[in-house]
Design a protein around this ligand. Sequence first.
Ligand code: ADP
Ligand code: ASP
Ligand code: MG
Length: 497
Amino acid sequence: MDSSVSILKFGGTSVGNGERIRHVAHIIAHKLRDPEEAFPVVVVSAMSGVTDQLLRIAHYAWTSQFEEWKQELRALKQRHMEAAEKAVHNPEAHRLLLHDLETAFTALEQDVATVGAKFIAPKNEADSADGTLYAGSTIAAWGERLSVLLLAAAARDTGLEAAPVRQEVIVTSPPRGEAPESAGAVVGAEPLSEETRVNAQSLISPLVEQRVVPIAAGFIGRTLTGIVTTLGRNGSDYSASVIGAALDCNEVTIYTDVDGILTADPRIVPNVRLLPELSYAEAARLSWFGAKVLHPRTLMPLASRNIPVRVRNTFRPHRRGTVVGPEGGLPSGAAAIAIRRHLALITVESTDMFGIPENAGQVFALAARAGAAPVAICSSSGYHLSFLVEEQASDSVVSLLQHDMGTWRVLCRRGLAACACIGSGFTANPMSPARAITALAHERIHVITQGASEPGIILIVEDEDNERALRCLHRDLIVPVIPLVRSHTPEKRREVI
Ligand code: ADP
Ligand code: ASP
Ligand code: MG
């Protein structure tokens, strides 16, 4: 018997209500019946909007807004009970599911009360070393746990042998910087690969051996001492690939609400196209620069083992979607454009024009101490260094640099966005960067600075210009807009690079 598994990850909109949850159960059943497919292991997100709701509840509890917390919790329960109604038809199975949900909500209420009472004591001695319970993560984790119960029950109700995995599969380090006071937010923790492998093999492999489909929670993990953590907002794609790597899976499929990875964000650009194949490097750059369809870390556990990632549409599961793998498709001009918003450009420069090049290391070490990884490095010389960080981290980076960099001058420009034009053939064609800059110039959009790397270039613009920039780059580099009314003089056909 082939023991290889394939991960199927379903995002928040895919399980957004009871009917959708039942539809997902049918997709799993279809995979199971297909002799070409490896045995499925399912990873599921919270229903769309539920993590936000849970973080609001944690915040209300922490700030003692009791009425608001109770009201939000009631609405959350109502939504899950309604979903249970639609997801499971058999009366006995429905009754069992309601019982499971009641138990889960009682435990969630206890966690909320703990946060509300600010009784967030370390569980044992080892925990006191790294702080305490993480209020945000403790509460936010419930969204995925509730989805697991709903989807496992729906899968069984449609005739599948399926079981919820009730424990956290991913073992993580404690998140750096998540304090209980930040109850309305979560900080991503780092998965520990060896510990996760052992845990995943013991929780999931026995089910696979019995041909029972495991339904596990995305997004969440726990530390070695048992404290609940998360992989950060939108982290369930990443959790699917961490679990996939731990099980030596042969493929990870991310089921979402679009046909695959598209040439731009379809919410902003209307005439986007599907990209059937992308290389790991291209997909990683796109997600780093804002293509929300994949969490930026998703490919990290998989690329070194050449495990492909497929992105497919839950609502059109017969479509092939996008395959991300080592090679990608044919070298293209610009495969796609992404925009990352809310950035600040920090420039550190020596006042006497003769700095020491080794200072670069010190600058980035200080940025890291402020919790900021540079989003992009834009320019440097012996006496200056310019890089982008997330706007929200910029104040602390600037004050650390001002404090520790002696006579160096620190400048900060906020309110910026990075437009990334990504495609393996982009830099090979000397015209591509020129066309990108010309596209922005025609729209009177100033390029504040830029950066380049093998799969493409990034152009930094004012954040307020971000949508116009995305549309004109997409139009001039990828999909020309066909005019509705043809002019009488035949226009010279523009070659698409
Ligand atoms: P899920 O809930 O399934 O995790 P997300 O909302 O996190 O889904 O990601 C899917 C969304 O990503 C799409 O609905 C789309 O609006 C957005 N998106 C942004 N850029 C792209 C892109 N280049 N290709 C596809 N989708 C994109
Ligand atoms: N539910 C989590 C969030 O909303 C993780 C995810 O959906 O990817 O951040
Ligand atoms: Mg997502």
